[in-house]
Design a protein around this ligand. Structure first.
Ligand code: GRG
Length: 303
């Protein structure tokens, strides 16, 4: 008997990302018009419209559509996720934290507008995010909107992203174990990705099992994102500096290759990818395609 070849449905991932992120850009532009006081609005718009990859809003829309919800229902929530992500980047770049000069290929917010305005622009984006979902979501029950807002608040706060940031700062100059490193990334990176998919499923009317599946998926891709980042740090810098003196080896920062070796880090990335796709097996293949390809994009990116 000849084996039957099953053709997986083709999916144009790049076209999908481009089309969804363009819609998100337009919605963000409309959500934050220039108005008085001008400097703060200019600073907020500068970072919000600076052209990130829009992974969080696209995850949110894809998850809403995964459970049969329409994109229009979830757009305010998708915008809120990008607003909070952007505020965390503005604050992270400040001299008191990472003190970075560049973000998304442009000078950081405080470099352009000054530190005081950058702090306030971040605060204002955080407040706007919650106002925007509450005021602009149409056609979704209040119960679902409140549940989604609760998810976002807890993903950002002292039990979520902020906890990851605090733990990361506390670990500076200390030996970090593998489980501590994972704890930092689960909070700092994965929590907001989890909120993105969970809020999408809640707004789209999904059930508790669907919420759990996408939550586990997002936790895997959050860690995957960081493992791949660490691997690229080694492989990119070893080509530039020579095999024994990669950036990874020169810095104090704990990374997966440092703690488990490069080959095990690659194996771990493969395991996370395969676990993420297992979580998606619960859903219809064609509907889960965007989330599957997003995970694939994260595992196979080269920079
Ligand atoms: C959340 C209230 C509150 C305060 C912020 C400063 C801070 C507290 C947290 C730092 C969070 C941080 C910078 C985490 C790293 C997240 C991460 C993986 C960023 C890169 O995401 P990409 O690659 O970036 O999606 P783009 O630019 O494409 O959007």
């Amino acid at each position: 008997i000849k084996p039957v070849k099953i053709a997986l449905p083709t999916f144009q991932f790049e076209e999908y990302m481009t089309s969804k992120s363009r819609k998100v850009d337009k919605a963000l532009d409309e959500a934050l018009p220039m108005q008085h006081p001008e400097k703060i609005h200019e600073a907020m718009r500068y970072s919000l419209l600076a052209g990130g990859k829009r992974i969080r809003p696209v995850l949110c829309i894809a998850s809403c559509e995964l459970v049969g919800g329409d994109e229009s229902l979830v757009m305010p929530m998708a915008c809120a996720l990008e607003m909070t992500h952007t505020m965390s980047l503005i604050h992270d770049d400040l001299p008191a934290l990472d003190n970075d000069d560049l973000r998304r290929g442009k000078p950081t917010n405080h470099k352009v507008f000054g530190e005081r305005t950058a702090i306030l622009a971040g605060d204002a984006l955080l407040a706007l995010a919650f106002e925007h979902v509450a005021a602009k979501t149409v056609g979704v029950s209040t119960d679902r909107v409140v549940r989604a807002i609760t998810e976002l608040g807890s993903a950002l706060g002292a039990e979520g992203l902020l906890k990851g940031q605090v733990t990361d700062l506390d670990s500076e100059g200390k030996d970090v174990s593998l489980s501590e490193l994972e704890y930092i990334h689960v909070h700092k990176t994965a929590k907001l990705l989890e909120a993105s998919v969970v809020c999408g499923v809640i707004i789209g009317g999904g059930n508790v099992i669907e919420i759990e599946r996408v939550r586990n998926y997002a936790r895997c891709i959050g860690l995957l994102f960081q493992v791949v980042d660490d691997i690229l740090d080694v492989t990119k810098s070893s080509t530039v500096l020579g095999k024994t003196a990669g950036k990874d080896l020169l810095s104090d920062k704990a990374t997966y290759p440092k703690l488990m070796g490069i080959e095990n880090a690659k194996k771990f990335a493969d395991e996370l990818f395969s676990q993420a796709t297992k979580e998606l097996a619960y859903f219809e293949v064609s509907k889960a395609a965007p989330l599957y390809h997003l995970a694939k994009y994260i595992v196979s990116r080269q920079n």
